[in-house]
Design a protein around this ligand. Structure first.
Ligand code: GLY
Length: 404
């Protein structure tokens, strides 16, 4: 979920003067058109957009980890429509509501860790923008479901696998993004236990997933009986010891969020360390290869979804960092990524592409049967919208959404 990054630092003022050349309204309108096209032409409201190589999305059911991103993107457009007083803002709210309520049953799932993505991006935004208590109840139940995957013995939330698997306890770096669900719930009527689970998960993740250079591992298997580490490996990167770029951005974003929510300085430190690793390896056009160690810089090997969520994370870091130099450099990193993503070849306004954002990678696994690159993913457009709305909130101080 985004929060307005109101920035009164030097970089923010430079941006407000129009030096960035970002046409927010045109970009949001293009993405909105594509999102509306899908809704208008998809009679099955339980078929959630997932991946697109051309003009049509493949779809997944509500139970898939990406299901929350389409309703989340619709909520962002609704938010923007309110800021700009678009005449069809009620239609955007209706669209977002329809696709959000299709996820209602997921609040009870305990079979994966992705409830944060699925429920915060749908019901979480719905509650934030409308104040509808029915949305909040779903978020609270989802937090309870996610908390069941936490183990006191391991000190982590189990990402993958059966909740009672006695041999393996698999955790992925992506799990950092699901902590918001727990922290938010603990601050909105849920027990304090949720917040403690989130911070313990974040603390052990820092110990186990970060290498000395602050690059991250993707997957770690622990012994559920003792909590001992069994194996570090990758599922979506090039190699066990390589750095999968999207995993790195999940870490940057997750710790930045957690610092904002808890005010714990150590989480800001971890986020900055992960961000510095990412930035030190970034190519000149600000879009990372799917794996930093692949050495492959062709467009078909890039992951613009990682760049989009890095932009969101850097806007947040720019706002959170107390140091003026950090504020400025993260602001510029966020804006540079956003500018690139809004241009060719990454951005497409053509109906030939179902998505706006191109050249993303689902999986860079060395086994070709798992590999999925040179494609578009619904979460790319979601995080691009989030970056655009965050930037808009920072440079247009009067554009804040009205309170529900
Ligand atoms: N969380 C799954 C992925 O980033 O592909």
């Amino acid at each position: 979920m985004t929060r307005d990054a109101r920035s009164d630092d030097v970089a923010g003022r430079a941006t407000a003067l129009g030096l960035d050349g970002i046409d927010i309204d045109s970009a949001v309108a293009t993405i909105a058109r594509k999102l509306a096209f899908y809704d208008d032409h998809q009679p099955d409201k339980s078929a959630y957009p997932n991946e697109a190589k051309a003009d049509a999305w493949t779809t997944v059911p509500a139970s898939d980890w990406v299901s929350g991103f389409y309703p989340g993107a619709l909520w962002y457009v609704h938010e923007f429509a309110m800021r700009r007083q678009w005449p069809d803002q009620a239609l955007w709210r209706q669209r977002a509501h329809t696709w959000t309520t299709g996820l209602t049953d997921e609040q009870f799932t305990t079979t994966n860790h992705d409830l944060g993505f699925m429920i915060m991006d749908s019901f979480g935004h719905g509650y934030r923008l409308t104040g509808d208590e029915a949305y909040k109840a779903v978020v609270l139940q989802a937090a309870e479901s996610l908390s069941k995957r936490y183990s006191e013995t391991v000190g982590l939330i189990r990402s993958w696998g059966a909740i009672d698997d006695a041999d393996n306890f698999v955790v992925i770096i992506d799990n950092m993004m699901n902590l918001e669900l727990l922290v938010w719930a603990s601050e909105n009527g849920g027990p304090d236990r949720y917040r403690r689970i989130a911070t313990q998960h974040a603390d052990r993740t820092r110990e186990e997933f970060f290498r000395p250079d602050h690059g991250t591992y993707h997957v770690i298997d622990f012994d559920p009986r003792t909590g001992a580490l069994k194996r570090k490996y990758t599922h979506q990167g090039l190699a066990d010891e390589s750095c999968w770029s999207r995993g790195q951005t999940w870490a940057i974003y997750g710790y930045a969020y957690l610092h904002e929510a808890t005010a714990e300085p150590r989480y800001l430190k971890h986020s900055i360390a992960a961000a510095d690793h990412y930035l030190s390896r970034l190519p000149a056009d600000h879009v990372p290869p799917s794996d930093f160690d692949s050495g492959l810089m062709g467009l078909e090997h890039r992951d613009s979804s990682a760049a989009a969520l890095a932009s969101c994370a850097f806007f947040r870091l720019s706002r959170l960092c107390p140091d003026a130099a950090d504020k400025t450099r993260f602001w510029l990193a966020a804006v540079n990524a956003l500018k690139t993503l809004l241009q060719r070849p990454y951005f497409s306004s053509s109906p030939d592409h179902a998505s706006a954002l191109r050249y993303q990678a689902r999986n860079f696994h060395p086994d070709a049967s798992h590999r999925l690159t040179n494609t578009s993913l619904i979460f790319g457009d979601y995080y691009l919208l989030e970056a655009l709305l965050t930037y808009d909130g920072a440079v247009q101080p009067t554009s804040k959404a009205p309170s529900p």
